[in-house]
Design a protein around this ligand. Structure first.
Ligand code: NAD
Length: 512
């Protein structure tokens, strides 16, 4: 145990017990079988997690309904105080939780720490927000009337999260939902369930310390079937689901059919436009981290480079040379740049994508392949690949959750923007330029159609202060900063008549 995994697991409270379903500090034994969590880093079994069944789910939902009735009565700033303490507990556990995230998901330790830092940041953000859940006041058209709006909590928020940000996505939702007065039921990815258990242990303890009832923070474990219980459950007014577009369509339809709300954070197909006026060092750095960081398993990973014809050859050769220096290996070892994919299914999808791009006429720039031998026993390590491709290729139009980068050439900025927008997804986008006209055209109404559009920054690595999410097949949801909190509340418009007559709106006369 060269990286001290067992010690970290112990400090996080992850003993060998089979935990799974929880309503706070309490854990429910569903009597179900377990799923095993294997590390993609070395293939070792990290631990087992018990699945939630219908009966345990019902218990969770009952507790959540009861928990909501008290939690909504706690003044928002006091709810913020509890979230502040959760943030502090995360500060204390940052190294251990970051390590677990890295070991269970396969991202580098640095990125594991970064993910926990995002959780801490969103807690801080939520604390401030707990005193700023502002509504507007309006001027009534009727004399002696006052009109204003207020925001009330929604109720139970269902959170379905993806494997690649196994803990941060929960916190983006839960920290805001809690200060808004909602209670949360979280189903983490079945590919990284122990990270979910670790978070539940941290949050459950804080709610317990404040003598809060069970049901404010709940955890359920399972695959799409357990997720399906949530999307069909009309006791859950908002389902916030992060994952593939395929999943989002199913969840969106199920929630929509009962006219519930869904907040969807789905796949991306992110591009960087590198213009002839780019600062080339920055462009290469941004493209490199965007494409190979997290082994290409970020929703905001750079998938496409749209390069001006005058600098195309330069970008291609500099990238190829940078790729040749990448060190691939155990994500906990800080000398490595690129870790493994999440599992062998992901490796197969990576291989299928390479086959497909070759079949469609793509030309290899940097060869991919699966790594074998010492240190690669898990079978999940692949080489980041680069292909010259065309935007209309079917494979280019799809998100492959792996480090494959497609290069394409353009001649006018309008053409570049059209290519950037010419995919079904609309999450993150970037332009590398020192030219003001190009930058502003990219950000203009006729520019990028994505939820995130950056200048001289790559596509990945958003800060929590902004609203995060994307358009089109990315699902349209926004999480995290700005006024994303509004999704977790219901707006009520109140008109109060303090006059002694009852005038009707729009001056309507109705006298008998
Ligand atoms: P996935 O869609 O396979 O699974 C995501 C979650 O949805 C899991 O918890 C899974 O159990 C659940 N799920 C799957 N089918 C379901 C169904 N029919 N009903 C209810 N729940 C269901 O995704 P993944 O492989 O874990 O994650 C990778 C994907 O997530 C990529 O497409 C990536 O772009 C996307 N992602 C998006 C964002 C974002 O903010 N836009 C962030 C992270 C990841």
């Amino acid at each position: 145990d060269q990286f001290g995994i067992q010690e970290s697991l112990k400090r996080l409270g992850l003993k060998s017990e089979n935990l799974g379903t929880s309503t706070g500090i309490n854990w429910i034994d569903s009597g179900e079988s377990s799923i095993s969590s294997f590390s993609p880093a070395d293939g070792a079994l990290i631990g087992k997690v018990q699945l939630t069944n219908q009966q345990a789910y019902e218990e969770v939902m009952t507790k959540a309904q009861v928990g909501f009735e008290s939690w909504r009565q706690v003044p928002a700033p006091q709810r913020g105080e509890i979230v502040r303490e959760i943030g502090n507990a995360l500060r204390e556990k940052k190294a251990d939780l970051g390590k677990l995230v890295s070991y269970e998901m396969g991202k580098s330790y640095q990125e594991g720490l970064g993910e926990v830092q995002e959780m801490i940041d969103i807690c801080d953000f939520a604390v401030g927000l707990s005193r700023q859940l502002y509504g507007l006041t309006m001027h009534s058209e009727r004399p002696g009337h006052r009109m204003y709006e207020q925001w009330h909590p929604l109720g139970i928020i269902g959170i379905i999260s993806a494997f690649n940000f196994p803990v941060a996505v929960w916190s983006w939702n839960a920290a805001l939902a809690w200060v808004c007065g909602d209670v949360c039921v979280w189903k983490p990815s079945e590919k990284a369930p122990l990270s979910g258990i670790a978070c539940q242990l941290i949050a459950g303890e804080i709610f317990e310390k404040h003598s809060m009832p069970e049901g404010i923070c709940s955890l359920i474990i399972g695959d799409y079937k357990v997720g399906g219980l949530m999307s069909h459950d009309s006791r859950i007014p908002l389902v916030s689901a992060t994952g593939s577009t395929r999943m989002g369509k199913l969840v969106g339809q199920a929630v929509g059919s009962r006219l519930g709300r869904s907040l969807l954070e789905l796949g991306g197909n992110n591009a960087i436009i590198i213009t002839a006026n780019a600062d080339m060092d920055m462009a290469i750095r941004g493209a490199l981290f965007g494409a190979v960081g997290t082994a290409g398993q970020r929703c905001t990973s750079t998938r496409r480079l749209i390069i001006h014809e005058n600098v195309y050859e330069e970008v291609k050769s500099r990238l190829a040379s940078a790729y040749s220096k990448l060190v691939i290996g155990n994500p906990l070892d800080e000398k490595n740049h690129v870790g493994p994919l999440i599992d062998k299914d992901a490796v197969n999808m990576y291989l299928a994508a390479i086959e497909k791009v070759e079949k469609e006429g793509g030309k290899v720039v940097v060869n991919g392949g699966v790594l074998t031998g010492d240190g690669f026993e898990s079978g999940c390590y692949v080489k980041p690949a680069i292909y010259e491709a065309e935007n209309h290729f079917e494979i280019v139009q799809h998100e492959t959750f792996a480090p494959i980068l497609y290069l394409m050439k353009y001649s006018s900025i309008e053409e570049a923007i059209a290519m950037q927008n010419g995919v079904p997804q609309g999450l993150s986008s970037a332009i590398m330029t020192t030219n003001m006209r190009e930058a502003e055209a990219f950000l203009s109404v006729a520019g990028s159609d994505c939820g995130i559009a950056n200048v001289n920054i790559g596509t990945s690595g958003a800060e929590i202060g902004g609203a995060f999410g994307g358009e089109k097949e990315t699902g349209g949801g926004r999480e995290s900063g700005s006024d994303a909190w509004k999704a977790y509340m219901r707006r009520q418009t109140n008109t109060i008549n303090y006059s002694s007559t009852l005038p009707l709106a729009q001056g309507i006369k109705f006298d008998i």
